[in-house]
Write a protein that binds this ligand. Structure first.
Ligand code: NAP
Length: 253
C-alpha cells in the first residue's frame, strides 16, 4: 500500500464503553474505522463522534459469535472502507455466577462472544492482513484471567484470549501481522456499572471501593485502554507481538 493510503480498523463491541473509546482513538490515529456491534443503530453515536472530528467510520451490525454474520460484516467493511488490517476483538458480555449456580447458557454465552467471536473475526480478517503484508490484532483480555470469584466462565475465556493471542502471533508473524492482548483492570463502563447493580451497590461507592485497592488510587477510564490499543496497532509496533499488557493502575498479584 502507499504511505498515503488510510488503513482500515475494525473494533468490535464499539457502540459503547472501551470499544467506543478505542474506535474514536484509532480514528484520531488516522485509521478509517468500522464500528461493529450487535445493534447497528447503537453504533451511531460512535460513528458521529468520529465524523465530527473529521474521521471516516462505518456502522456495522454483527453478532461476533455467528460465523455467517461475521463473514458478511467483514466483506461489508472491505467493500465500504477497504481491507481491514487492524482488528480489535473487544466485544464482551458477563454472565457472572458462582460455579454451583452457573448455567450451561452462562458458560456458553461467555465462551461464544469472547472466544468464538475473537476466533471468527480474526479468521475473517487475517486474509486481508496477509494480502497486505501488514496486520495488527488486539484481543481484550482482563485482570480476571488470573481468576476471579463468580467468574469461572469469564476468567476462562479471558485466559483463553491470551493463549489465542500468542498463537496468532506465532502463526501470522511472518506475514507482517502482530497480535497482542490488553488486559484491563477495573474500567468505568456500563459493564462495571451492571456489576455494581448486581451486588447491590451504587456505582460511585463501587468505584471508590475499587479505587482504594488500586495503586494509582483511581479506576480506569475507557481512554486508558484505548491508549494501549493505539500503541499495539501503531505502525511502529511491528516488533511487539504475543504480549499481554495489564492496564490496571498497578501490578496484579
Ligand atoms: P460494555 O460497556 O458492556 O460494552 C461491550 C459491547 O460489546 C456492547 O456494546 C455490547 O453490545 C457488545 N457486544 C456484546 N455481545 C456482542 C456480540 N455477540 N457481538 C457484537 N457485539 C457484542 O463493556 P466494556 O466494559 O466496554 O468492555 C469491553 C471489553 O473489555 C470486553 O471484552 C470486556 O470483557 C473487557 N474488559 C472490561 C473491563 C471493565 O472493567 N469494564 C475489565 C476487563 C476487561 P450490547 O450493548 O448490545 O450488549
Amino acid at each position: 500500500m502507499s504511505t498515503t493510503e488510510q488503513r482500515v480498523a475494525v473494533v468490535t463491541g464499539a457502540a459503547r464503553g472501551i470499544g467506543a473509546a478505542t474506535a474514536v482513538r484509532l480514528a484520531e490515529e488516522g485509521r478509517a474505522v468500522a464500528v461493529l456491534d450487535l445493534d447497528e443503530a447503537a453504533c451511531a453515536d460512535t460513528v458521529a463522534k468520529i465524523a465530527a472530528a473529521g474521521g471516516k467510520a462505518l456502522a456495522v451490525g454483527c453478532d461476533v459469535s455467528d460465523s455467517a454474520q461475521v463473514e458478511a460484516a467483514v466483506a461489508r467493511v472491505a467493500a465500504g472502507l477497504g481491507a481491514p488490517v487492524i482488528l480489535v476483538n473487544n466485544a464482551g458480555v458477563l454472565r457472572d455466577n458462582l460455579l454451583f449456580k452457573m448455567s450451561d447458557d452462562d458458560w456458553d454465552t461467555v465462551m461464544n462472544v469472547h472466544l468464538r467471536g475473537a476466533f471468527l473475526m480474526s479468521r475473517a480478517c487475517q486474509k486481508h492482513m496477509v494480502d497486505a503484508g501488514f496486520g495488527r490484532i488486539v484481543n481484550l483480555s482482563s485482570s480476571s484471567a488470573l481468576g476471579n470469584r463468580g467468574q469461572a466462565n469469564y476468567a476462562a475465556a479471558k485466559a483463553g484470549m491470551q493463549g489465542f493471542t500468542k498463537t496468532l502471533a506465532k502463526e501470522l508473524g511472518k506475514f507482517g501481522v502482530t497480535a497482542n492482548s490488553v488486559a484491563p483492570g477495573f474500567i468505568a463502563t456500563d459493564m462495571t456499572a451492571a456489576t455494581a447493580a448486581r451486588v447491590g451497590m451504587g456505582f460511585e461507592d463501587f468505584k471508590a471501593a475499587a479505587a482504594s485497592q488500586i495503586p494509582v488510587q483511581r479506576v480506569g477510564e475507557p481512554a486508558d485502554i484505548a491508549n494501549a490499543v493505539a500503541f499495539f496497532t501503531g505502525e511502529q509496533a511491528g516488533f511487539v507481538s504475543g504480549q499481554v499488557l495489564y492496564v490496571a493502575g498497578g501490578p496484579l498479584n
